[in-house]
Design a protein around this ligand. Structure first.
Ligand SMILES: [Zn+2]
Length: 332
């Protein structure tokens, strides 16, 4: 043991001595850069991710993320807190906080540029979300190029990025929204609810979606948005929440939006209630149905709250599922 230590320290001394000798032999002007320290740049991450799907291109955009200072009872509301915390710990996740991120998706069909959901906009920009329009620019698009905006459901993190300072962010877009969803959120009476959370959500719809209604088409599950993009019923998270099936040249993809909101817990334990789900039991049924379809058919998918780039596969695991982030499969 002491021999090893001796060798290491001797090697260190030799390297140090050699370094000093080398520096001393350099012309004076070359020594200065070696002592300059690179500045700290802060954490950094990519803000878009693009791959080919048949003849289409799919781009996911990082709208940002919010830090939430608890996990239970948001996830596993119908479970004991100890059980939820033990499961999180076993999966290397903190028990007292989590990060929830937001990922709009853009599909370029070659004919239409279709954007799914719009991010948080100004409403949560100071807290780290609402960056979708900036990510759009770094992904190579301009807001006026967006032809269609599809709203999977009308929660604030999906609709608040549609308007900025009272103006439409995407000036040439038409909008596609589920009729069940719009009919639920659009009555003004929701603004008088005694439930503060409901009022905040309804206000986001009234500020950002209702003003655009005259440019909107209201659809049912099973409807074609444009050729190759079809809505899929996924009610539960909200009354009219929908997924979207994309298909081009035999390649399939599913935008599952908020069918599952936690990339570990909501997949492994689809029965665990989630406080974000407005009808928890309907959401459980939908979660199982959609996850089973994605896993059985091996369809790559995007989930709005999966870790960025929020694209992956779903595998069956025991009585639940697991999220498998996509890697080179999408480059083949
Ligand atoms: Zn959401």
């Amino acid at each position: 043991m002491s021999d090893i230590r001796h060798k290491f320290s001797r090697r260190g001394l030799l390297t140090g001595a050699a370094g000093v000798a080398a520096a001393a032999s350099l012309p004076h002007g070359l020594i200065a850069p070696a002592s300059a320290k690179a500045p700290m740049l802060g954490a950094s991450r990519p803000t878009h991710y693009r791959f080919k799907l048949g003849d289409f291109e799919v781009t996911t955009l990082y709208d940002g993320a919010l830090a939430i200072p608890k996990v239970h009872p948001i996830f596993g509301k119908n479970q004991k807190i100890e059980d939820v915390q033990a499961y999180l710990t076993a999966n290397n996740l903190p028990t007292d906080k989590m990060t929830i991120s937001f990922t709009p998706v853009i599909v370029n069909t070659g004919k239409d540029l279709v954007m799914f959901d719009s991010g948080y906009g100004e409403e949560r920009r100071a807290k780290g979300a609402g960056q979708a329009a900036a990510a759009l620019a770094s992904a190579g698009f301009t807001p006026d190029q967006i032809d269609v905006i599809v709203i999977t459901h009308a929660h604030p993190d999906h609709v608040s990025g549609l308007m900025e300072n009272g103006k439409a962010v995407y000036p040439n877009a038409r909008y596609v929204v589920g009729d069940v969803e719009y009919n639920f959120w659009s009555p003004k009476s929701l603004l008088d609810s005694s439930n503060k959370n409901m009022v905040r959500r309804a206000q986001a719809v009234h500020n950002n979606l209702v003003p655009l209604a005259e440019k909107a088409t209201f659809i049912k599950p099973g409807a074609d948005v444009v050729t190759g993009i079809t809505s899929v019923q996924a009610f539960g998270h909200t009354p009219g929440h929908m997924c979207f099936h994309i298909e081009s040249a035999g390649k399939r993809f599913l935008i599952f939006a908020d069918t599952t909101n936690h990339y570990v817990a909501s997949l492994a334990k689809p029965d665990w209630h989630c406080a974000f789900d407005m009808d928890a039991e309907a959401a459980v049924k939908t979660r199982k149905k959609i996850l089973d379809m994605i896993a059985s058919d091996k369809i790559p998918s995007a989930g709005y709250h999966m870790p960025f780039p929020a694209v992956g596969y779903v595998d069956k695991m025991g009585s639940g599922y697991r999220w498998v982030p996509a890697s080179y499969q999408l480059d083949l």
